[in-house]
Design a protein around this ligand. Structure first.
Ligand code: PXP
Length: 249
């Protein structure tokens, strides 16, 4: 069974840069290093308040990297225009405002149907592959199908938090929810990705779910990079994902 793809989120390289207001460390350099170490793609989230990635970073990522660029964005006029100007390989629509998200944090694809549709249409018309960042929930998956999304990214934050806090029963229930959502999503014709809060251990466990074809991981790897270097952190995550996939049911 093919190993899952690993997208590296470079937002928090920009967080460190912005702490001093200069140009270092450069998220584009981090993206190039991650790709050389085996990353299958690069993800960057341009937020409305530009707290980490800036407009220029996005343009330089698109210009300089040799792997697909996944642009995480809110469904706003400003971000849709930037996406159309940058033309990333993919755009993952994420909630930015409280009213755009469900109680657990994924995009409110049911309540926000009318709001999402026009942005998705414009991205699609520009040849950008659209994914929706949602909770692992059947109703949300069905809403994504009716919105015409080819891809969903399942929010793994609740699961990873439960693991981190030693909440064994909750972690097991959340894992089941993710596994079942990945199966249902695939059966509905959606390509299933996953992300948020993943470390080596949860990456390996989540990779045992064969329907998840791509993981997008950032914060943990940038933290690890401080201690072991970014190439080694990327290499170990690839290894963890491949080990999990080898055990896939
Ligand atoms: N996927 C999506 C849609 C996200 O919003 C984030 C966080 O920016 C990630 C993946 C990566 O999460 P983390 O930085 O916790 O690995």
């Amino acid at each position: 069974m093919a190993a899952p793809r690993l997208g590296i989120n470079v937002d928090h390289v920009a967080t460190v840069r912005n702490a001093r207001g200069g140009t270092m460390p450069d998220p584009v350099r981090a993206a190039l290093v991650a790709i050389a170490a085996g990353a299958d793609g690069i993800t960057a989230h341009l937020r409305e308040d530009r707290r980490h990635i800036r407009d220029g970073d996005l343009m330089r990522l698109k210009r300089d990297i040799t792997k697909p660029l996944n642009f995480e964005m809110a469904a706003t006029e400003e971000m849709v225009r930037l996406a159309m100007a940058t033309k990333p390989h993919a755009a993952c629509i994420v909630p930015e405002k409280r009213e755009e998200r469900t109680t657990e944090g994924g995009l409110d694809v049911i309540g926000g149907h009318a709001h999402l549709l026009p942005s998705m249409q414009r991205l699609r018309d520009a040849g950008i592959r659209v994914s929706l960042f949602i909770e692992p929930d059947e109703a949300a998956l069905r809403a994504c199908v009716s919105l015409g999304a080819p891809v969903v990214e399942l929010h793994t934050g609740t699961y990873c938090d439960a693991v981190a806090h030693g909440e064994t029963a909750k972690a097991a229930a959340e894992f089941d929810r993710l596994r079942s959502a990945a199966r249902i999503g695939t059966a509905l014709g959606l390509e299933v990705h996953a992300g948020h809060g993943i470390d080596f251990a949860t990456g390996e466990l989540l990779a045992t779910i064969p329907e998840i074809v791509e993981f997008n991981i950032g914060h943990f790897l940038m933290g690890e990079a401080i201690f072991i270097g970014l190439p080694e952190a990327v290499r170990l995550m690839k290894e963890a994902l491949a080990a999990g996939r080898a055990r896939a049911a």
